[in-house]
Design a protein around this ligand. Sequence first.
Ligand code: SF4
Ligand code: SF4
Length: 148
Amino acid sequence: METEPWYEEGLRFLCTRCGNCCTGAGTVRVDEAEQGLLAEHLQIDLAHFQKRYLRSLPDGKSSLIEKPNHDCIFWEREQGCAVYAARPRQCRTWPFWRANMATKGHWDSAAQGCPGMNAGPVHDAESVARTAANDGTSGIVPDLQEWT
Ligand code: SF4
Ligand code: SF4
């Protein structure tokens, strides 16, 4: 028998646009389709986009690069995300990432840095699970001790 997820009542989330998840550090994975959309959005060709905005990850995939202060290359302090309409899936699916959905402890830990979590409208368990299954991340769930 299938057991209900710990978030069976759904989860509240409404982004405040504080920018915490776009600044500081992190990896923003972009697959080839997302690279194409971003290049189109920026009106540059794909090869130029890849050379200018991507770095390689240890698993051979690609991430957006960061500014010297570790902010995402597309984060603008005054205006927010400069590519919002074409932002990668990983940015669209936060906070319903597999790593956050693994346990309530993982969710609570992530919520410490995201004021939008546990606020706003309820997202039902089915849509949360659907989003997490295709979140655009590596899918690796860190040990909760490392996560906190
Ligand atoms: S940290 Fe949370 S509330 Fe802040 S911009 Fe990111 S998703 Fe929105
Ligand atoms: S692409 Fe946009 S939404 Fe995604 S991390 Fe960078 S600034 Fe934030």
